[in-house]
Design a protein around this ligand. Sequence first.
Ligand code: ARG
Length: 413
Amino acid sequence: MTTSSYEADPAQVRRVLLLYSGGLDTSVMLKWIQEKYDAEVVALTVDLGQPGEDYEVIRGKALELGAIDARIVDAREEFAGEYVVPAIKANAIYGLGYPLFTALGRPLIATKAVEIARETGCDTIAHGCTGKGNDQVRIEATIATVAPELKVIAPVRSWQMGREEEIAYAREHGIKVKGGTEMGVPYSIDDNLWGRSSEGRWIEDLDHAPEDDVFQLVTRPEDAPDEAEVVTLEFERGVPVALNGSRLALVELLEQAGAIGARHGVGIVDHIEDRIVGLKVRDIYEVPAAAIVLTAHQELEKLVCTIHQNQLKPVLDQKWAYLVYAGLWLEPLRSDLDAYMEAANEQVTGEIGLKLYKGSVRVITRSSPNAVYDAQLATFAESGGLFSQAASPGFIELWSLQSRMAWRIRQGR
Ligand code: ARG
């Protein structure tokens, strides 16, 4: 008995598309699926710009473990252009700190899984998510939406192997285990070109301050250079197009921004998070690119939008981030909101200068042809009649009318 429309009936599983990372869980899975279901496995690894990954090694390992086919899909440009850019336009941050890099990657990974599953004649997609996280929701919701004919299996949710059992299974089946048991349980890592998360171990003790070894991307602020560095970021219609004056392709721009930020200790977030499945969890994020790009975008947007737009947009931004966090990338409300994001970002063209120093990012310069700003009007010096200060008392009289009336009535009681 299955509880959902898309869970696989074990007897029907013939060929499985496995979302394969090369790590312990999915390597054990690659063997386990062959044994348990007597099924063939096609391995798929999606490159979203995870730093330092050797995809040929991963591919080789999959084939060695018996995959009939092992594919690597380079989806970096698509990820940057179709997922990260909309997130930038929506200033996407969930729960005041999380720039959604994992949440943005999952629907793309699931979409690639569907594509390759169809191409290679798979009837089922397998992933390595646990039953406690958001990622299972994001992946399965996407697959069930776009490919109702495909089934899903999530072995980690059902096999009830702990890490020790997995290592034992791996040893028995000739799967190479990096590090071994003596290293203890490692952090659970997920990363792509928009950020990196660590979970597990002492991170689960809320009163345990971060240990240095968790930071593998961002330099600890106390070790960052003593000299501040200024970076400029140029946007066209909400899209970052140039860094320090040189125009770059998106992936390269995000990678370079990330590298500069990482050097200066920028983008460390120690985050308590409300998962969609009800749990409250702590994550350590390293998001140097997002810390720079989102800060700059938000500043430029504020400059070119009116007071009314600036009051509404954060409300819509928050809703956008929540939908994406919650696995509803394909929910129509997300594309409805995107229509607004596009409209608001039409004006977001210009350049922002930021100063990076030992973990901090601070906006120091702004310029835009669309700035709703007139230095002549804003100045403390005489504005030459453009802004009539003589009109102000009349404005204040009417602006405060209701508040004054209410005050008097309440005092009178
Ligand atoms: N808490 C973040 C999220 O829900 C990061 C999850 C990282 N995923 C992982 N499998 N380690 O998006």
